[in-house]
Design a protein around this ligand. Structure first.
Ligand SMILES: Nc1ncnc2c1ncn2[C@@H]1O[C@H](COP(=O)(O)OP(=O)(O)OP(=O)(O)O)[C@@H](O)[C@H]1O
Ligand SMILES: [Mg+2]
Length: 294
């Protein structure tokens, strides 16, 4: 198996990062690729979505699609075990009280441990990860920036030695657009759009990273503005009028969001709103069928 392609999915809290990451993972699994979908938060969203316990060791939730929940401490321990080779020695290292407190407060270590595992196959470090594609459902925007800054921070501080070299390797991999694809998820609402424009611009200026923007939860409204105006004028009851008002507001917000995002040239895909009824796998397949390129 050649080196995997990595997908890093971020966006403002609650915009649909986990859903989009799962959608991308399912898409590639359908194409016959062996895919690992990784979540890194405190709790597991995918356990709920796929109705299966998801932990550190990957679980196959549908053909070719494996899901894993990484805790940074576990990633670090796995890496150290791999370097030291003897688990009992690693345990001594991690269970030492002084070592434990150093590890807990070292700045950027959690982020580096997670990105270290994410990029490990490409850097040929650590246990093998036999996947064609690894999709990370990453932190939301602010925290994602800290995550991307962490390896550089460490190698600039340390400068030499194995930890410095590893941090540099992680940084160089994350900055390589041939290896890592960045997707920022957004909603057709004012705040997420503003945050997305600022965030993607920061990625570009600070890291030279070009991120695609995927606009999620777009209402698939076919009616044009004139028809919606007519609905409002001819609404027979207050409820219908309210519904027409809501749709009109939503259509306007969507239009403004498209206009702002299109100017940045980063808007690549639209995912429509579709309520989750039944199996998550079917839901993802339907979301994929209905999503469209911009
Ligand atoms: N296109 C969609 N249609 C319908 N529901 C959606 C869609 N995208 C996401 N959702 C729902 O919206 C909620 C938030 O989505 P999701 O959990 O993917 O967001 P998130 O950005 O990962 O959130 P968090 O920041 O909390 O991790 C979930 O309940 C999800 O099922
Ligand atoms: Mg999430």
């Amino acid at each position: 198996m050649s080196q995997p392609s990595l997908f890093f999915i971020t966006g403002k809290g609650g915009v649909g990062k986990s859903t989009t990451a799962a959608l991308i993972a399912k898409h590639h699994a359908n194409l016959g690729k062996r895919v690992l979908l990784v979540e890194i938060g405190d709790s597991s969203y995918y356990s709920m979505l796929f109705k299966k316990p998801i932990a550190f060791d990957p679980v196959e939730v549908s053909s070719n699609l494996f899901v894993s929940h990484w805790q940074w401490f576990r990633c670090l321990k796995e890496y150290v075990t791999h370097v030291i080779k003897i688990e009992t020695v690693t345990n001594l290292f991690f269970e030492n009280a002084v070592m434990k407190s150093i590890i807990q407060v070292a700045p950027g270590l959690p982020e580096i441990a997670l990105l270290g595992k994410f990029t490990s196959s490409i850097r040929h470090v650590g246990p093998s990860m036999p996947y064609d594609i690894v999709v990370m459902d990453a932190h939301s925007t602010g925290h994602a920036l800290s995550m991307l800054r962490a390896p550089k921070g460490l190698f600039e501080t340390i400068g030499f030695g194995p930890l410095g070299d590893h941090s540099k390797g992680i940084h160089d991999t994350m900055m390589d657009s041939e290896l890592v694809k960045y997707i920022t998820v957004c909603l057709p609402e004012e705040l997420p759009v503003t945050e997305t424009v600022e965030f993607t611009e920061t990625l570009k200026t600070e890291f030279k990273i070009e991120s695609e923007v995927w606009l999620n939860k777009v209402l698939p409204i076919q009616a044009d503005a004139e028809t919606i105006d007519q609905w409002q004028e001819t609404a027979a009851t207050d409820d219908v009028k309210k519904a027409a008002n809501y749709i009109q507001g939503q259509v306007q917000k969507q239009k403004t969001s498209f206009e702002i995002l299109e100017k940045t040239d980063r808007l690549h895909k639209i995912i429509y709103y579709r309520s989750l009824d039944g199996e998550a796998i079917n839901w993802l397949s339907n979301l994929e069928k209905e999503s469209k390129d911009v």
